[in-house]
Design a protein around this ligand. Sequence first.
Ligand code: URA
Length: 260
Amino acid sequence: MSSPQRPLKTLERVLSKAGLGSRTEARQWIEAGRAQVNGVVVRDPDHWVDLKRDRVRFDRKPLTVRDRVYLLLYKPAGYLTTYRDTEGRPTVYDLLSDVGTFVSPVGRLDLDTSGLLLMTNDTQFAERVTNPRFHIPKTYLVKASVLLSDVQLQQLRDGIELLDGPTRPAEVRRVRDSGKYTHLEITITEGRNRQVRRMIEALDAHVLKLVRVQIGSIAIDKLQIGRWRMLTPDEVRSLDRNHEGYEDPRSNHTPRKKTS
Ligand code: URA
């Protein structure tokens, strides 16, 4: 075992971070003997690599440093936020073409949720954006299965008791009531599993439609469903406190304009 002081990564992670493919694919390629460390074929995906010292090759070619890629996909409902599904259901990767490198989702959206999904090959950016300590606001449009009262909307704002603890204060705006349904906009600063759905369920209702429309100051705007676009450098900076020019998205967050 090498010294724990060295910057060690598993061979599988090194290949996937180089933008060659998913970690699952990297494992398969390594097991098939396509990776070499210091001139020797290594078939163990968990082999430790010291990037300062070891020379890694894939298909006999040295790994090249890939440009960092950050994109925004308008995920439709019915697409999984995973690379491959054992049941063969569509995944967000079916919607990406010509990206030029492997990108991973920054957080997740449920199968039935549509809206803004960030994807990147910059794992550190992804870790920072999803880190719950940074409280990056995420805004959703919700269609609830019943008419919700003002008292219930206030409960959402104040925090709802869920099985994994109370939710942090949220911004909530009634967009409109239509027939027996309430449409609302909610901005939360956590990313717990199925959080918005569970908050609505705690009010004895359920979510009929859920769309994520904004993360920090990045909005989905006019992007068409199922399409993607690159983030601008300013958008990347706006979310990433490790970049110069970072602005705290909590102070940068402006509630979306009222729509009817
Ligand atoms: N909250 C949910 O309940 N589901 C999502 O997909 C995102 C947020």
